[in-house]
Design a protein around this ligand. Structure first.
Ligand SMILES: [Fe+2]
Length: 400
């Protein structure tokens, strides 16, 4: 049976594609156009949010500074965004940005600098609020200064959507927010800036993109757009991830992985996310050194097994490039999970939850965090099966 027959045509979906993304080798040269556009909006000062080194190593920084200099736009560099950024870093950057009179944000990097940048963009409009207020959902964000995202990885899709994630370390929370005001005004996906990504990073960010669509295509809010994009994402990652691992400088592979990650970002902008992300956030919330994509990979087989009976037709089609031969029958849940596990192994990911530093005795705390962390309830409630503590616990336990 085709999943199309399961689509409720009486459901009215909102199809969202919210940013202008420049995709292709050399897209970084669009910085000149972007700087012109910022200037024409009266922006004469920006804050640049980035991590330690990639912004310079990739060459992105040279293009950005040249374009800003040409337009006489002042820039302040905040290059302390760490993987899994934390609220206090965002607050520190907001203060620096405010002191410098920044009227826009340019993020350079993967999901961490882009999401930290989205947060700064909102908080510059709300002088009496902190980043913790933002991520504890104490106020609805309705405005933000313009944001430009120069993406250096091919995973998060944050350059194309309205999601952001920042950790509140005091509470072990890693909440997600989604606001229309943080679509990047412009984004750059330039494969030439991604060829230096190490093999493991290449794996983990690509698995992040795959998880985005496995979830977006199977939420209770899914729609044909999220599913169709999703199938394309899985096919592209299946084809090009092994190439990029083997030949890191292969621009065609990096192009299609960047494209896959970008449309995966659009897919979950439309379909939202559910278990894998809601359950991963407590993992990297508790252990910030854990890479998001690896945490997702560890959970994915158990999530597939849990949801397959509810949405087998979609998953059979969506996963056909990585787990061929599925028909959608509910009895195939284990076979589907095993297929995904075998695919992860084929791209070099074999870790279980115990291998990334967790013990079975951590499960009650993880379950509690999944239910307590602000913003995760919306994801959990979008899952295609009835939500209970038992099913969340089962997914964690099966991931050991
Ligand atoms: Fe993600």
């Amino acid at each position: 049976m085709s999943w199309r027959q399961g689509i409720n045509v009486n459901n009215v979906s909102t199809i969202i594609c919210g940013s202008h993304v420049f995709l292709g080798v050399g897209a970084i040269q669009k910085m000149e156009f972007i700087a012109e556009q910022l200037k024409s909006r009266g922006i004469d000062s920006v804050i640049v949010m980035t991590g330690k080194g990639a912004y310079a190593k990739t060459g992105a920084w040279d293009y950005v500074t040249k374009a800003l200099d040409q337009q006489k736009i002042r820039y302040t560099l905040y290059n302390k965004v760490q993987p899994n950024p934390e609220t206090h870093q965002v607050d520190e950057a907001v203060k620096i940005a405010r002191d410098a009179g920044a009227k826009a944000v340019i993020s350079i990097g993967g999901g961490s600098p882009i999401d930290a940048g989205k947060s700064v963009a909102i908080l510059l409009e709300y002088p009496d609020k902190t980043c913790q207020d933002l991520y504890e959902l104490k106020f609805p964000a309705e405005k933000a200064v313009p944001l430009v995202a120069i993406n250096l990885t091919h995973g998060t899709g944050s350059e194309a959507n309205r999601f952001a994630v920042v950790t509140i370390p005091e509470k072990g929370y890693k909440p997600a927010i989604a606001y229309d005001c943080i679509y990047p005004l412009y984004s750059i996906d330039d494969p030439a800036l991604m060829i230096g990504l190490p093999a493991n990073q290449t794996r983990y960010v690509s698995v992040d993109a795959v998880n985005h669509v496995v979830e977006a295509a199977t939420t209770v809010l899914n729609n044909p757009f999220a599913i169709t994009l999703g199938k394309e994402v899985v096919q592209l990652v299946a084809e090009y991830l092994p190439v990029a691992i083997r030949e890191p400088k292969n621009l065609t592979a990096r192009y299609f992985l960047a494209y896959a990650a970008m449309i995966a970002g659009t897919s979950f902008d439309n379909g939202l996310l559910h278990f894998t992300h809601a359950l991963e956030h407590p993992l990297s919330g508790m252990k910030p050194e854990l890479t998001h994509g690896l945490g997702l990979a560890v959970l994915l087989p158990a999530v597939i097994r849990a949801i397959y009976p509810a949405c087998g037709a979609i998953l059979a089609d969506l996963l056909s490039a990585v787990a061929p031969g599925l028909t959608g029958d509910a009895a195939e849940a284990e076979k589907a999970a095993e297929g995904v596990r075998a695919w992860l192994k084929s791209v070099g990911i074999t870790e279980k939850l115990g291998d990334v530093g967790f013990k079975e005795s951590d499960v009650p705390q993880l379950v509690q965090l999944a239910f307590e962390t602000p913003g995760l309830a919306g994801l959990l409630n979008s899952a295609p099966v009835e939500l209970s503590k038992e099913i969340v616990e089962q997914i964690y336990r099966e991931s050991f």
